[in-house]
Structure formats: structure tokens, C-alpha cells
Design a protein. Structure first.
Length: 243
């Protein structure tokens, strides 16, 4: 029957809570670890390779030195007994340890679900505050890539509130407000926008009949006066002839 072993305190090296991570943590304090330094150069390389394999295999690896050596491309055989004696690894020698590991995985799964819900709630707060509702799924992807916490989200909301009354966002009825995903990817919450409020257009005045200029009024009045004088003179001439 195949025996399996696990890496002790793997969570110290495991960055991703889900399995098959892209990378693991490697602490500078290893240079002060007496047990780690007591290994040969090959032994230290073998141990780091086992850390990587364990992070991809739910921390359950077969006690098979030949197979492990091939997986990490080691030129020499891995000495699992040495690593166990120094406390870096241990075997699943009873059901209780397997059960403990399974319980830990379930707890991590619950924590992952809670974290997922929390991130979704934070995004919905951002989405509600952002004025342009475009490409929601693209915005969610950009938001999750940033992984903002409550503090950073607060800064984002403050930046959005300031941008809503800026010239850049009010110009042409908000035509130049970027899409939310673009705003997030460019880190626009760090931008310095013009704080001056855009001047609203003056209210429309009711239509009024166009009045002629003053010089036109005077000319019109002058012509009317001449017309009246002509009539008066004509009347005087007619009266003289009659007498």
C-alpha cells in the first residue's frame, strides 16, 4: 500500500487559497533556519521542489523518492527520511491526520466563499456609485484584478464623487466619462481633476419682438414729421386760394 506524506506548515508558503497556484512564498528567514542550512545544496533544492509539488497536490504526495525526483527533474535521489527527521515533512500514518487535513480544506473552502461574497459586495457598491453603467462583467473583471479592500474602495468612491462635478465629466453631458472598466484599469482614482464646476448655460429668455436701433427710430420719426408738415402746408395753400 502506497504511503503518503505532507509538508508541515505548508500554509506559510501557500499564497493562493485555491490549489495549483502560480507561485508560492519563499521567506528570507530561511537563511537563518539551522535545519534548512544543514541540508546539502541538493537537499535544499529537493525541499523547495517538494513545496511546489505539495501546493499543487493538496499537500498529499506519495512516499516515492524515484517518482518525486523525476517530477522535479532532480539529478540525484531525494532523501525523504532526512527531510522527515528534520521536521520538514511527515507521513499520513493514521486516519486522524487525514481527517484533520480534510477539515482544514473544508475551512479554507468556506473562507474562500466568504471572501468571494465580500468582493462581490464591494464591487456592487462601486457599480452603484459609478455614473456610467457600461460593460458590467468587464468592470467586475478589472475590479477583481485590483483586489481592493474597504480602504481603497473608500478612496475610489471619494474620487468618483469629485469627478462627478468636474469639468471633464460634465462636459457635453458626460460624453467623456470613461467606461468603468477603463477607469479601474487606468487607476483613475489617483487622477487630479479640475475642481471648478462647469458653468451651466444661461436660462433661455422668452422671445421678444426685435426693436429697431435708436437711429432707425429717429429716422422713422423724422419721415413721419415731414409727412405731417407736407399735409399742413397743402392745407394752407388751399385756404389761400379759396379766399
Amino acid at each position: 500500500m502506497t504511503q503518503y506524506f505532507y509538508v508541515k506548515n505548508l500554509e506559510r508558503f501557500q499564497h493562493y487559497k485555491n490549489r495549483n497556484p502560480k507561485w508560492i512564498k519563499l521567506y528570507n528567514s530561511l537563511l537563518d533556519d539551522y535545519d534548512f542550512l544543514s541540508l546539502s545544496d541538493e537537499g535544499r533544492f529537493h525541499l523547495m521542489g517538494i513545496w511546489l509539488l505539495a501546493s499543487r497536490a493538496k499537500n498529499r504526495l506519495p512516499w516515492d523518492e524515484e517518482w518525486l525526483s523525476a517530477r522535479i527533474s532532480a539529478k540525484s535521489r531525494i532523501q525523504l527520511s532526512t527531510l522527515k527527521s528534520l521536521g520538514f515533512i511527515d507521513t499520513y500514518d493514521d486516519a486522524s491526520k487525514c481527517s484533520t487535513n480534510a477539515s482544514l480544506e473544508k475551512r479554507e473552502s468556506r473562507e474562500e466563499k466568504k471572501e468571494h461574497v465580500r468582493k462581490k459586495d464591494l464591487f456592487l457598491i462601486f457599480w452603484e456609485a459609478y455614473p456610467k453603467k457600461r460593460s458590467k462583467q468587464d468592470a467586475l473583471k478589472a475590479f477583481n484584478s485590483i483586489k481592493p479592500d474597504e480602504v481603497l474602495l473608500g478612496r475610489m468612491l471619494e474620487a468618483i464623487s469629485a469627478a462627478k462635478v468636474s469639468e471633464q465629466w460634465l462636459e457635453h453631458g458626460g460624453r467623456f466619462v470613461p467606461h468603468p472598466a477603463t477607469w479601474l484599469r487606468r487607476g483613475c482614482w489617483e487622477d487630479e481633476l479640475t475642481c471648478k464646476l462647469a458653468t451651466p448655460p444661461p436660462p433661455k429668455r422668452p422671445d421678444m419682438q426685435r426693436l429697431p436701433p435708436q437711429d432707425e427710430v429717429s429716422e422713422a420719426q423724422h419721415l413721419e414729421n415731414k409727412k405731417q408738415m407736407r399735409k399742413l402746408m397743402d392745407g394752407l395753400k388751399i385756404g389761400n386760394l379759396s379766399s
